[in-house]
Ligand binder design. Structure first.
Ligand SMILES: [Zn+2]
Length: 225
């Protein structure tokens, strides 16, 4: 499989197995990291990704000065020399770490968003159309334990407990959903704030809203729309 075909295969499979756009974006970032770890040049991967996102048919033999490309295991001291030698006869060499490459070619099981860490989540109410929006650097399974403990301990700083105490409404634990994924803590907190602002009147969060700092990434700004 050529490097180009490998990238396209990974992207197509991600699209197939991911049930939402948020999951797909999370999977694509993972693919980009894996490819980077395997010494795939950034511009090479990003060019393919851009055309793939635009739905363009991707030229299976991209215009380049090399007649052929190959991916070989990286062996310190040997692989660089080999790459240099075959460059002259028109072969472009990419190195790989066999273990990592094997791992990224294995089918992923990421269809359970509740098992992914770094989340923005939504917890609905059983008795009205309001919901709570929260964020966590951990998975929903881990975060939900904390909510249950706060409710049991009647923690007034917990929005879920406060809702239950004030309105006698019940939390709809069976319909929790994951709105987004973001690993970076500060940006995730901002993203959470954006979601709360977006659904302001519908949320029962005790603390609402925040401004978008200029450093925040595209994903945060997208949530605004
Ligand atoms: Zn309610």
């Amino acid at each position: 499989m050529s490097p180009l075909q490998l990238v396209i295969t990974l992207l197509n499979r991600a699209k197939e197995v991911c049930s939402s756009e948020a999951l797909l974006n999370a999977e694509i970032s993972k693919i980009l990291t894996d490819l980077k770890d395997n010494d795939y040049p950034r511009h090479f991967v990003h060019n393919i990704l851009r055309e793939w996102k635009q739905g363009k048919p991707i030229n299976q033999s991209p215009k380049q000065h090399f007649k052929q490309t190959m991916v070989i295991p990286y062996v310190k001291g040997l692989s660089e020399k080999f790459r240099k030698d075959v460059k002259d006869i028109g072969i472009k060499v990419y190195f790989r770490n066999p273990k990592n490459l094997g791992a990224i070619l294995k089918p992923n099981k990421i269809n359970d968003p509740f098992k992914i860490s770094g989340i923005i989540y939504k917890v609905p109410c059983c008795d009205c159309n309001q919901f709570y929006i929260g964020e966590s650097g951990r998975t929903w399974y881990e975060r939900s334990k904390e909510h249950h403990r706060d409710i049991k301990n009647k923690n007034l700083n917990n929005s879920l407990y406060t809702l239950m105490a004030q309105t006698k409404h019940q939390i709809d634990w069976n319909n929790v959903s994951i709105l987004d994924f973001l690993k970076q803590k500060h940006e995730r907190k901002t993203l959470e704030g954006m979601y709360i602002q977006k659904y302001k009147k519908l949320t029962f969060n005790l603390f609402k809203g925040c401004n978008v700092p200029s450093y925040t990434n595209k994903q945060v700004h997208k949530a605004l729309k």
